[in-house]
Design a protein. Structure first.
Length: 216
């Protein structure tokens, strides 16, 4: 499950897990980044602004390594055996997040090269499993920013350097849409004809896509 901040990704991921449990389908949940683990140290420093208050202070390729290493550590130490035994894994963000967020730092013409480099890095060089399905939640920048600010007030969570930059959010949305096309992700629209879609309506579409893959 992928999407920029404020796309409703966490809500839809939680609902999807609940629906699969109701169906009696066994799976494991993965959530990235793993902020409680040592392997996320560079991620936390980066997002907290210790390398610079602007996301562009760390280039797309360098920042991608921070997140890739955290996933690699997770794979080796936590779920490799489960995966190799045929287990089903559901991930709230994965390698796809680098394409969306770090691709935002590049001009449109440069992103295809970056997407191919990212594929080579994570799936070939690091040997991380390539997902069978990526569901991408699409949203507009203004809605994303509004939902981030609402979450800050409700939960008292300070926005990171990605979340507080509206221009970066917009570029992330553009990069996400390009990545969805490049990698053939399944895109879920946040709204229809300018009106926000109901959570249950979007979940129905998401669950239908996931269920069809599980039947293959």
């Amino acid at each position: 499950m992928e999407g920029v901040d404020g796309s409703g990704k966490s809500t839809q991921f939680k609902r999807l897990c609940e629906n699969l449990e109701l169906k009696g389908i066994e799976f494991r949940k993965l959530v990235f980044p793993r902020y409680d683990n040592e392997s996320s140290a560079l991620i936390k420093m980066y997002l907290n602004g210790e390398f610079g208050e602007n996301p562009d202070c760390v280039n797309a390729y360098a920042a991608s390594l921070f997140f890739a290493v955290d996933r690699y550590a997770s794979y080796i130490s936590e779920w490799k055996d489960f995966y190799l035994s045929g287990g089903i894994l559901l991930a709230d963000r994965y390698t796809s997040s680098n394409a969306v967020h770090q691709g935002a730092k590049l001009e449109s013409a440069e992103r295809k090269v970056f997407f191919d480099w990212l594929y080579e890095l994570e799936y070939v060089k690091l040997c991380l499993p390539e997902p069978d399905l990526v569901v991408y939640l699409d949203v507009d920048a203004e809605t994303s920013k509004r939902r981030i600010e609402k979450r800050e007030l409700k939960k008292g969570i300070k926005a990171d350097i990605h979340e507080r930059d509206l221009a970066f959010i917009q570029k992330g949305i553009e990069s996400g849409r390009m990545a969805a096309k490049h990698y053939s992700w399944k895109l879920i629209d946040y709204s229809e004809n300018g009106i926000e879609r109901e959570i249950d309506e979007k979940q129905g579409e998401i669950f239908g896509i996931v269920e069809s893959y599980l039947k293959k």
